[in-house]
Design a protein around this ligand. Structure first.
Ligand code: FE
Length: 187
């Protein structure tokens, strides 16, 4: 007999299965903030020799009207309206050359190539971030809370971070490819 209790258990099980199979819709559960110091400390090795590095300070607020003319509709939606590109749509999914990934709006380095891994989700994914170059906030735009992250210099939206990444950090920084620009070390 299909009782109400069985119905509830079945519904919850179905919901959890659906959520776990949808990569960017995972519960944001706090895990210990374990980070790989080796990966983080080595990120500057991936900068091109002549790269004039941009610093977080001074911060700036993007001019939305000007950017509307400069960016594509998708870039504008992602960077300024917290939109999401279609999975498997970014060529950066396949980018594994040594180098750094910059914020497309302001050029601040956000990730180095040694932080990137193939999550299989269809979005460029990283295990770590360059310290101090990313800021986060809670996002309640869906039913469950998520952690949104953005460029610390210009505030442009990059993606969401989840706790299902590889150890030791255990994080998956799920980034929109359209919000990044890749700068190869050999450039
Ligand atoms: Fe930026």
């Amino acid at each position: 007999m299909f009782t109400r209790r069985k119905y509830l258990i079945s519904s919850i099980s179905t919901l959890l299965t659906a959520m776990s199979s949808t990569p960017c819709l995972i519960w944001a559960v706090d895990l210990p903030a374990r980070r790989s110091s080796t990966i983080i400390e080595n990120w500057k090795r991936y900068l091109p020799t002549k790269f004039d590095q941009i610093e977080v300070e001074p911060r700036f607020t993007p001019d939305k009207l000007r950017l509307e003319e400069m960016l594509s509709a998708l870039e504008y939606d992602v960077l300024l309206n917290q939109g999401t590109e279609m999975p498997f749509s970014s060529s950066l999914n396949h980018e594994y050359r040594p180098g750094v990934f910059l914020c497309k709006l302001c050029g601040l380095p956000l990730f180095s190539s040694n932080m990137k891994y193939n999550s299989g989700t269809g979005w460029p994914s990283f295990t770590e971030t360059i310290p101090g170059h990313i800021s986060t906030k809670q996002d309640f735009s869906l039913v469950w809370p998520r952690t949104e992250y953005h460029c610390a210099k210009c505030g442009s939206h990059q993606g969401h971070v989840f706790n299902d990444g590889p150890m030791p950090a255990g994080k998956r920084w799920c980034n929109n490819g359209v919000a990044l620009k890749f700068l190869p070390k050999a450039s």
